[in-house]
Design a protein around this ligand. Structure first.
Ligand code: NI
Length: 186
């Protein structure tokens, strides 16, 4: 099932998400993961975090194969309750976008190497190291479950430059070629 993607301006995107309880039977995790992949593919994204579909849970999915880079072949993964335990190297900049922030792309500096602990879709504990673009995709999605958006990494000058466009998005004055959900203040 394709779900609407939460747009910039919704407080769920600014909240630190909660760990998923493996004993929680009220959550159909398998269906949720399937829906997240389907939603991500329908929007031509390479990553999607649970807060982006309105769930404040520490879960994200990635499939960066469409980025067509050698080290991203078959890079399709599910990260449950992840924890980045190490980040290192010299920061490098790359233009990022986000399905919650359509039509805006900006350079974001990130460290090139990470070590991450997480559970996979079968609740098997994993620990892995990533670098380059794979690390960046994970860092972007990991930020989402920490309540951080790529725009939060920009200089205050850049943020000021983008303020109008960001408030248009939060007001629903944006066209994306996928379904979005806008937060309306009461
Ligand atoms: Ni994003």
């Amino acid at each position: 099932m394709i779900l609407p993607i939460v747009a910039y301006g919704d407080p769920v995107l600014k909240k630190k998400a909660n760990d998923i309880d493996p004993q929680d039977n009220s959550l159909d995790l398998k269906a949720l993961i399937e829906n997240m992949f389907e939603t991500m593919y329908a929007a031509s994204g390479v990553g999607l975090a649970a807060p982006q579909i309105g769930l404040s849970l520490r879960l994200f999915v990635v499939d960066a194969e469409p980025m067509d880079e050698q080290n991203l072949k078959g890079f399709k993964k599910v990260f449950i309750n992840p924890q980045i335990i190490e980040e290192q190297g010299n920061a490098w900049a790359f233009e990022e976008g986000c399905l919650s922030i359509p039509h805006i792309r900006e350079n974001v500096e990130r460290l090139p190497k990470i070590k991450i602990k997480y559970f996979d879709e079968n609740w098997q504990p994993q620990e892995a190291e990533y670098d380059g673009m794979a690390a960046r995709v994970i860092q972007h999605e990991y930020d989402h479950i920490e309540g951080i958006l790529f725009t939060d990494h920009l200089s205050s000058f850049k943020k000021t430059m983008l303020r109008k466009r960001l408030s248009s998005i939060s007001n629903g004055q944006v066209k994306a070629d996928y379904k979005m959900k806008f937060y309306h203040k009461k």
